[in-house]
Design a protein around this ligand. Structure first.
Ligand SMILES: Nc1ncnc2c1ncn2[C@@H]1O[C@H](COP(=O)(O)OP(=O)(O)OP(=O)(O)O)[C@@H](O)[C@H]1O
Ligand SMILES: [Mg+2]
Length: 267
């Protein structure tokens, strides 16, 4: 593909998982924000063409041109690519009903390959399920992050996604366990790894601050950088990016003034 000729190091990572509502968009927005903060040229693309909401997570739900315009051949990827104030690049999807009716995901692979040029990492926020748009997201990626919750229905759906990825020949980077409460009703990490056949590379706790950050339209990594979920998101981003990163110690010199203020206010 074109991106390999121009930027051989670009990685296109689909954030997927099968089940709806497990946290794919939250993880996409936060990994994008964190890797951008770590200095990598990062792009996030909303490939959820029927129920997109990545734009809400980044504070801009409405854009003049979107991925839908690109897929219809009515815009170039550059016209639908926006720079968030943090520097993170984003290609949103359209949220109107007419976008919903005129959705053809078959051109997604080419659009992603074109958009990937000039970036170190591209995250695709995938649709739930294994319908055409979700599969188009998998096909457009070099590797997959499987997001699941520690409950059996989510893990079962994640397994279906993994099986399909194997059929398509797309590699799995790892499993991201999200909304972990540590309740006895949850499947253990060992059981999830054994069921899915892939390692858990991050375990993100259930954290009410995530809801607050969504309401504030700011990724948790920026909204509450010292929160447990933000630290886990950053740890995961560092792992994916091959970056050495240690969480700041409370009150220690590594903490920024913003982190100290958030830490103080949150208690
Ligand atoms: N670690 C967490 N702690 C608490 N709430 C969370 C966490 N992660 C995600 N959520 C909440 O769960 C809900 C679903 O998250 P999100 O939209 O990211 O899931 P999704 O997998 O992208 O859903 P969809 O399949 O509909 O696209 C949101 O309200 C989000 O704020
Ligand atoms: Mg989503």
């Amino acid at each position: 593909m074109k991106r390999f000729l121009v930027y051989p190091m670009t990685r296109v990572i689909a954030v997927t998982g099968g089940k709806g509502g497990v946290g794919k968009t939250t993880v996409t927005a936060n990994l994008g924000a964190a890797l951008n903060e770590f200095g990598q040229r990062t792009l996030v693309i909303d490939t959820n063409l029927t129920t997109p909401n990545l734009g809400f997570h980044l504070g801009v739900p409405l854009y003049p041109k979107t991925l839908h315009d690109v897929l219809r051949g009515e815009a170039d990827v550059d016209e639908a690519m926006y720079v968030h104030p943090s520097g993170l690049k984003v290609i949103p999807a359209g949220i109107s009903m007419s976008d919903l009716k005129n959705t053809k995901p078959d051109k997604l692979q080419k659009a992603v390959a074109d958009a990937a040029d000039g970036h170190d990492v591209v995250f695709l926020d995938c649709a739930a399920g294994l319908g055409r748009e979700a599969v188009a997201g998998l096909k457009a990626a070099d590797e997959l992050l499987i997001v699941t919750n520690p409950q059996l229905p989510a893990v079962t759906d994640a397994l279906k996604t993994i099986k399909l990825a194997e059929e398509l020949g797309v590699g799995i980077t790892g499993v991201v366990l999200n909304r972990v409460r540590g309740h006895s009703s949850e499947l253990s990490s060992a059981d999830i790894e054994s069921l899915l056949g892939h390692p858990i590379i991050a375990s993100i706790p259930e954290d009410n601050t995530v809801h607050d950050s969504l309401a504030a339209k700011t990724p948790i990594t920026a909204y509450a950088p010292s929160s447990k979920s933000a630290v886990e998101m950053k740890r995961l981003a560092a792992k994916i990016g091959g970056i050495e990163w240690q969480p700041p110690t409370k009150g220690g010199p590594a903490m920024s003034i913003f982190e100290r203020i958030f830490s103080f206010l949150k208690i």
